[in-house]
Ligand binder design. Structure first.
Ligand code: TXA
Ligand code: MG
Length: 309
């Protein structure tokens, strides 16, 4: 029955957005639950279906880098430079929110996160809808992000309305972890969430200092426990440590894709979901080296392993 939600056509999905409906949108990072970013009623449904607190800001997705000037006329120089070098791509820029975007999309803040996704289907959808689309990851709040249309159906299929909403199937997300978030409203800019665009890349584009998140937790991804599957997750540094721990643990499964970090990113959330579906009690995950995309994978695994609230 929920299969009725899955429709291939971008045109139909764009019409759903324009009519105030929701569209599960494939992106290169993870699937997003998209709605017209200028429509507070459609936005309210995103928060409701995700079970997300209203003060948690959404990312607004634009079709083209040139649109930054339209939707964020006060974007600082750092944001313009990062957009010019990294969009379309897995980088979200926090910039001052203009009155053209409602406060609801930003959880009431006067800043907003903007991103131009690289997935062709996402860009076609946004272009065809003719409005920027707000899209959090298309999962229930706090759970593991979806990287396939099937994941979205499993998480939200019963909550979406086949008469109004659409799940677009764009295949598996090629990166598999959420975008890097850089707060450009502060100087030096802060990396609030790590992703496929590294802090080193941001530093070299800006030729300036880049720091980690300081001050109160400002991105939900910064909550200690987030991106959490149902099973317990334990972290180890080597394959040998994983084998030793597994030997003494009932219902354990080892997750180790450290020999191919890009694949680790692509398959991380699928592996955690699969473990849950199989009734695995403990996933023993080997941490990748702290370099490149490895930083983001370590971050998500650490949050998946954090004590649950
Ligand atoms: O890769 C991604 O970014 C995916 C795809 C769909 O684009 N989206 C995503 O959205 O991960 P979400 O809602 O799951 O995570 C958005 C993060 C949250 O941690 C939120 O707090 C932060 O972005 N964020 C958004 N606007 C912000 C703002 N104005 N200030 C600080 N953090 C902000
Ligand atoms: Mg999320």
């Amino acid at each position: 029955m929920t299969r009725r939600l899955v429709r291939g056509g971008v045109d139909q999905a764009a019409a759903a957005i324009r009519a105030g409906g929701l569209v599960a949108m494939p992106t290169e990072t993870v699937y997003g639950l998209a709605a017209d970013a200028t429509d507070p009623i459609a936005l309210a449904r995103i928060f409701e279906i995700k079970g997300r607190p209203h003060d948690h800001p959404l990312i607004v997705h634009l079709a083209d880098p040139e649109n930054l000037a339209v939707w964020a006329p006060d974007a600082p120089d750092s944001a313009r430079r990062l957009a010019a070098c990294s969009w379309p791509g897995p980088l979200t820029l926090i910039v001052p929110r203009s009155d053209r975007l409602p406060a609801a999309v930003a959880g009431g803040r006067n800043s907003v996160g903007l991103r131009v996704p690289a997935h062709p289907m996402a860009r076609e959808l946004i272009r065809s809808a003719g409005v920027p689309v707000a899209a959090p990851s298309a999962n229930r709040f706090g759970a593991v992000s979806p990287t396939t249309a099937g994941h979205v159906i499993a998480d939200l299929g019963d909550l979406l309305n086949p008469d109004r909403d659409v799940v677009l199937d764009g295949g598996p997300s090629p990166i598999g972890v959420e975008s890097t978030i850089v707060d450009c409203t502060v100087d030096p800019v802060q990396v609030l969430r790590t992703g496929a665009v590294t802090a080193e890349q941001v530093r070299s584009i800006l030729d300036a200092d880049v720091v980690g998140a300081a001050g109160p937790s400002r991105a939900s991804g910064m909550l200690a426990s987030h991106y959490a599957p149902r099973c317990e997750v334990r972290l180890v540094d080597t394959a040998d440590d994983a084998a030793a721990l597994a030997a003494g643990t009932t219902g354990a499964r080892i997750l180790d894709l450290t020999d191919d970090v890009a694949r680790y990113g692509r398959e991380l959330y699928t592996a955690l979901r699969f473990a849950d579906n199989e009734g695995v009690r403990v996933v023993i995950a080997v941490l990748p080296a702290a370099e490149g995309l490895g930083h983001a994978i370590r971050d998500r695994l650490t949050k998946a392993a954090a004590p649950r609230i």
